[in-house]
Ligand binder design. Structure first.
Ligand SMILES: [Ca+2]
Ligand SMILES: [Ca+2]
Length: 182
């Protein structure tokens, strides 16, 4: 039987240079940890940025839906007070706070500035506490839609619905439409 001499003169045989190896391992762990931390920080930044973009997109979509809802309601009305020509603004019996009384598009001029916005019967839309909806209606030139004219003086009107948010960094959303007398 062959014997193995455990009392070797080679110190590394029984006592491998653990300290040196551990030191190397510690550096590797430190570097690996540093790299992991850097990667995690980068991933977190990417996630945070993506999350903000998703929130921005959702907010813009909500603002656009609120604007579209109001615009569709306005576009369902007459060009001007039924039975009249050239009158502008709310007419007798039409209250600024009660849209159920509105029957033509310029009744909506200067409507809004409520936060949260309100539905047609004046109920606050409490699911949208950070939004405000405003409407502007103006008569515009028959030959140049970029020019504003005196109220009631032309057969064209421009309707602008603006939706604003109180959340910092969110831009206003505008929806415009041009309507004409039949
Ligand atoms: Ca009117
Ligand atoms: Ca009216």
């Amino acid at each position: 039987m062959r014997r193995v001499n455990l009392q070797s003169n080679n110190k590394d045989f029984l006592n491998p240079p653990l300290n040196r190896r551990q030191g190397t391992s510690l550096v590797e762990v430190t570097v690996a940890f540093g790299l992991t931390a850097t990667i995690l920080a980068s991933l977190f930044n990417v996630f945070e940025l993506s999350h903000k973009r998703i929130i921005d997109a959702e907010s813009e979509t909500t603002a656009l839906l609120l604007a579209r809802e109001m615009m569709e309601e306005i576009l369902s009305k007459e060009f001007e007070e039924p039975g009249t020509t050239g009158r502008f603004g709310r007419d007798s019996g039409e209250s600024q706070t009660n849209r159920t009384q509105y029957d033509d598009v310029d009744d909506y001029d200067s409507y809004g500035a409520n936060s949260p916005p309100r539905d047609v019967d004046g109920t606050s839309l409490t699911n949208y506490p950070t939004y405000t909806r405003r409407v502007t209606v103006t008569n515009i030139s028959s030959t140049n839609f970029g020019l504003t004219r005196t109220d009631g003086s032309t057969p064209f009107k421009k309707i602008v619905v603006q939706v604003s948010s109180t959340v910092a960094g969110e831009s206003d959303v505008y929806l415009e439409a041009i309507v004409s007398r039949k």
